[in-house]
Design a protein around this ligand. Structure first.
Ligand SMILES: CC(=O)SCCNC(=O)CCNC(=O)[C@H](O)C(C)(C)COP(=O)(O)OP(=O)(O)OC[C@H]1O[C@@H](n2cnc3c(N)ncnc32)[C@H](O)[C@@H]1OP(=O)(O)O
Ligand SMILES: CC(C)C(=O)C(=O)O
Ligand SMILES: [Mg+2]
Length: 563
């Protein structure tokens, strides 16, 4: 028995392919996209799609902009066969869309497959057989020549049958299944022979789809394999070279991207990476990766949640919350430093300029996601996120030291509950902490008058349940009101701004006070009248001080300000 269980696996052999050029290439145009959701995706489901689900997904794929769609394995089931016939008979295939059907290289299956698409305007007939050594030995128990003959026999039959239906434009696709584990010279040998058998040439291209049926090496190895085929296949100009990565090692997206850099013209995959085992390559991620590089993929994911809902319904499988570009949490920042950077990014952003908001590779709005969900608050959050929510939802632009002070109140709640607080919670806590605090002083109304010395205010308050009028003089209203309170108050900082516009506008005032030798603390007031807002802010700070709530001891102001 092996002591080290890993010793039972063989490393993938290295290629000596120093002529590779793909590492220096860039992808500047999108590949031809081919969705195999209705075939490779469907064959991997716990419960394969029924006709209604298949039709729904087909229509969604058309809406997204796919021009090549593998619609099924017609010889596999009556459901697949009937669905494909329905597409053809009811004229449901748009003129610019080509459907594709898959078959093994077996006569009865090929005949049934052709039967399923007779009458369609344009069809890709896709045939496969495995060519890798293990499959030759384990599945077929055949020599190389015999396996190559499977490919040639099937190709010849497809050529003969399709020739009987010239009303359809037939395209042939051959997949040397398990290509990525096969000998390259054998893969070329089989493909060249298939190409000759099909009669590929001017006006009669052939698609060679080179699958990583089981992903078994790092993506650079796949890229080498693709570039080698790209350079060595006969009649390359009459070939559409296609990649079909699976995601066994979790690197299918990288493999597809490097494959395109290595010379592939076309990519087969599924939405959100559905497909056998760990899935086919995710076409959404590939497309939006291109988008984030300034290359329009030619596919429309401007309402990505709608696409996800459809795919989840049809596959009866959920999409992970962290799935690239679409997961519920991918445009969300919980952690404080991320929130801070995102908030600053949005604040500095000018319309119609290059996107450079930190931590967000694309603008969530481009995929129909809203900014509201970008920042969420839990125990990992900092002041930036909290401030962002108040700003976005309520137009409150908190001064920096108040952001610090207030985020501690939030932190207390998230630490106590261990849970996320919503934007609604954030505002409720803000109201409780600053706006609704009315003990011992509750503001009622004020009168203000100019005097020879400056300003005189008379402020009616409820103090500990009793009506009182506080009167004072000063340089300005706040100074006069502070004097009226007759407490050892120093005003350390003051900010105000309007919220909204027109008749509904109100004012927000933020005042930072020190009372005696206590640490400074903020009060906030909101009112249609700016003076009332500032008086409420003063009382809010005084009440908070008197209730001995926490005050900011970090970054506290050093010098009083003139008010
Ligand atoms: C990598 C991929 O995704 S390939 C696509 C796989 N998709 C599917 O298989 C889904 C649909 N498939 C099916 O419904 C069924 O497999 C069918 C209807 C196609 C065929 O069913 P069955 O006739 O019962 O055969 P089964 O699937 O077990 O095939 C095994 C036989 O086919 C042979 N075979 C397998 N692949 C191929 C091929 N591409 N070409 C020719 N023969 C093949 C095997 O050697 C085996 O032959 P044997 O019985 O002489 O040993
Ligand atoms: C049929 C082929 C192309 C396939 O799905 C694979 O090899 O993964
Ligand atoms: Mg596959």
């Amino acid at each position: 028995m092996l002591k080290n269980p890993a010793a039972k696996y063989r490393p993938f052999p290295a290629y000596d392919f120093s002529e590779r050029t793909w590492p220096n290439k860039r992808i500047t145009t999108p590949p031809i996209w081919m969705s195999t959701d209705l075939r490779d995706g469907n064959q991997s489901l716990i419960e394969p799609m029924n006709a209604e689900r298949k039709m729904r997904l087909f229509e969604k794929l058309v809406d997204i902009g796919f021009k090549e769609i593998e619609v099924g394995f017609p010889s596999a089931s009556q459901t697949d066969f009937d669905f494909i016939r329905k597409l053809v008979d009811e004229n449901r295939i748009p003129d610019d869309v080509t459907v594709e059907v898959l078959t093994q290289s077996r006569e009865d299956l090929i005949r049934r497959s052709i039967e399923s698409v007779i009458g369609a305007r344009r069809v890709i007939v896709h045939m496969y057989n495995a060519i890798a050594p293990d499959f030759r030995r384990i599945v077929f128990n055949m020599s190389k020549d015999e396996v190559k003959q499977i490919a040639l026999d099937g190709t010849r039959l497809i050529r003969e049958l399709t020739a009987q239906h010239p009303e359809t434009e037939w395209v042939y696709q051959y997949s040397p299944e398990v290509f990525s584990s096969a000998e390259l010279d054998f893969a070329k040998d089989v493909c060249d022979a298939v190409s000759a058998e099909w009669g590929a040439g001017p006006g009669r291209k052939i698609i060679f789809n080179l699958p990583a049926t089981i992903e078994c090496a790092t993506p650079n190895v796949y890229a080498d394999q693709i570039e080698w085929m790209h350079r060595n296949l006969n009649n390359r100009e009459h070939i559409v070279l296609s990649v079909h990565p699976h995601n066994d090692r979790g690197t299918a997206v990288a493999a597809a991207e490097l494959g395109v850099m290595a010379g592939a013209d076309r990519v087969e995959g599924c939405l959100f990476g559905n497909g056998e085992r760990t899935g086919n390559v995710d076409l959404v991620t590939l497309a939006l990766n291109l988008y984030s590089q300034g290359v329009h993929p030619g596919l429309d994911f401007s309402d990505i949640d709608d696409v996800r809902r459809c795919v989840e319904y049809c596959n009866q499988l959920p999409v992970h919350p962290r799935h690239p570009y679409v997961g519920d949490l991918v445009f969300t920042a919980f952690s404080g430093s991320h929130q801070d950077a995102i908030k600053k990014g949005f604040a500095q952003r000018q319309p119609d300029t290059i996107w450079d908001v930190p931590y967000l590779p694309i603008d969530p709005a481009d995929v129909g996601r809203s900014y509201d969900a970008v920042i969420r608050v839990n125990s990992q959050s900092g002041k930036g996120g909290v401030a962002y929510l108040l700003q976005q939802e309520h137009g409150l632009d908190l001064p920096r030291r108040l952001q610090i002070e207030y985020s501690r109140a939030i932190q207390r709640v998230t630490d106590e509950t261990g849970r996320e607080v919503t934007a609604t919670d954030v505002y409720a806590i803000f109201r409780r902490e600053y706006l609704d605090i009315a003990v011992p002083y509750k503001f009622v109304r004020h009168r203000i008058a100019s005097t020879d010395e400056g300003i005189r205010v008379d402020v009616d308050v409820i103090y500990e349940g009793q009506a009182r009028t506080l009167s004072g003089n000063g340089n300005g209203p706040i100074d006069a009101f502070v004097n009226a309170l007759d407490l050892p108050i120093r005003v350390m900082d003051y900010h105000e701004h309007s919220i909204g516009i027109g008749a509904d506008a109100s004012a927000a005032s933020y005042v930072e006070l020190r009372i005696g030798e206590s640490p400074t603390g903020f009060g906030v007031g909101i009112d249609h009248d700016i003076v009332t807002a500032s008086f409420k802010a003063v009382l809010s700070a005084v009440n908070r001080h008197m209730q001995s709530t926490d005050t900011a001891d970090e970054e506290t102001a050093d010098e009083p300000v003139e008010v």
